[in-house]
Design a protein around this ligand. Structure first.
Ligand SMILES: Cc1ncc(COP(=O)(O)O)c(C=O)c1O
Length: 393
């Protein structure tokens, strides 16, 4: 039986690597999972008031289909949050989705055609490239400099008549880089000059360590900005699958998208109602868990970056947001490429990371991604093992 070519080429390195871990597990040795960015699997738990809101919703029989575009109360709460960050929003320009993942799928489905080129930072979170390719487009990566700022000349050199959108992931996964307002402005100016959509993912907007976060909202004016955000990371609701798309209400050029993207929401009926009710509580209820989480993560970041930079053959920049580090490896003659390194590390130490080329070959190669969500004791054990593994060169 035939399957479509576009399905054949879908890749997701973060989860694809797990098949190798399953093999390792058969040896009965300890596995240290540093591969998936799910805080709830570590010592960051969904806050009680959010859990209770979900439980009460189920008990109160709020278990039916709801509006395809999302629960009006949730859309109103999202409007409050994103308007505080600067984006002008009519409630009808907000769509609730099954995670940012579905929002990204709907966005790419609506704007990518065979031959379209979509610009995105290199490296980037893999589904960005996967969905573009799935819908027949191609990816053009732009370079991020060592200081974490986009290389604007490089970005310009990647523009073509087929360019349709620029993606911004702020903070970025896998590097944890956070763009400042000036860098965002430079990218937006280019998008405006060339009539491109700006797709901006701010799922880690409140997980930023050293500076205050500059969102795209404050710079949005009347530009074609599509903001993607969700509840997985900041509100510790990964498994519940809730996110949203916001379209800049001041932008006339988004009118066609505004009419058509909700059709994709209608064909999949709606998202989970009890979870949406809990999401209202997440946005409107107590927020104390956020600074506590950021404080813990900052300590873990500082620890892991210090340990990694003390290992021969590894260099690591200081990430300014999210919960990932993206160290560079000196492959020497010991490893063929970054995937070979990641598998060798797994087979010798049980440490599961993700190869950098899975986040885009051009800028991800020779790197690997570590999730530093685990408790310091686990990170210490992993770093000790990694250090002795690297010293055996
Ligand atoms: C930048 C970015 N966007 C989206 C997602 C997925 O979000 P969701 O759980 O809302 O689908 C992730 C998850 O790691 C991510 O890093």
């Amino acid at each position: 039986m035939k399957i479509s070519d576009r399905t054949r080429q879908v890749e997701y390195a973060i989860r694809d690597i797990i098949q190798y871990a399953r093999e390792y597990q058969k040896t009965g040795k300890e596995l240290i999972y540093l591969n998936i960015g799910d805080p709830v699997q570590f010592d960051f738990k969904t806050p009680e008031h959010i859990k209770n809101a979900l439980i009460n919703a189920v008990r109160n029989d709020e278990n039916y289909y709801t509006d395809s575009e999302g629960l009006p109360e949730l859309r109103a709460a999202i409007k409050e949050k994103e308007e505080k960050k600067g984006l002008a929003l009519d409630i009808n320009d907000i769509l609730v989705t099954n995670g940012v993942s579905e929002g990204l799928d709907m966005t790419m489905a609506s704007i990518v055609e065979p031959g379209s080129e979509i610009l995105m930072p290199g490296p980037h979170y893999p589904p960005y490239a996967s969905y573009v390719k799935f819908y027949g487009g191609t990816v053009a990566e732009f370079k991020i400099q060592d200081d974490g700022k986009p290389d604007i000349d490089y970005l310009r050199s990647k523009l073509s008549p087929k360019s349709r959108a620029i993606c911004i992931l702020n903070p970025n996964n896998p590097t944890g880089e956070v763009f400042d307002a000036k860098s965002l402005q430079q990218i937006i100016d280019i998008a405006a000059e060339h009539n491109l959509y700006i797709i901006c993912d701010e799922i880690y907007d409140k997980i930023v360590f050293d500076d205050t976060f500059s969102g795209i909202g404050k710079l949005s004016k009347d530009l074609p900005i599509i903001l993607l955000n969700g509840f997985s990371k900041v509100y510790l609701m990964t498994g519940w699958r809730c996110g949203y798309i916001c379209m800049n209400s001041n932008c006339k050029e988004l009118d066609d998208l505004r009419v058509n993207i909700p059709k994709l929401a209608r064909v999949r009926i709606s998202t989970n109602l009890p979870v949406q009710i809990a999401a209202v509580e997440a946005l409107r209820g107590p927020q104390e868990h956020i600074p506590q989480m950021v404080h813990k993560l900052k300590n873990r970041r500082d620890y892991i970056v210090k340990r990694l930079n003390a290992i021969n053959g590894i260099t690591c920049n200081l990430p300014r947001g999210a919960f990932y580090v993206f160290p560079k490896i000196d492959l020497g003659t010991r490893w063929k490429n970054d995937k070979d390194f990641v598998l060798d590390l797994l087979n010798n130490t049980g440490i599961l990371t993700v190869h950098g080329s899975g986040f885009g070959h051009t800028f991800g190669s020779n790197h690997f991604r570590i999730v530093y969500l685990p408790h310091e004791e686990i990170l210490e054990n992993a770093m000790n093992k990694m250090e002795s593994f690297m010293n055996k060169r």
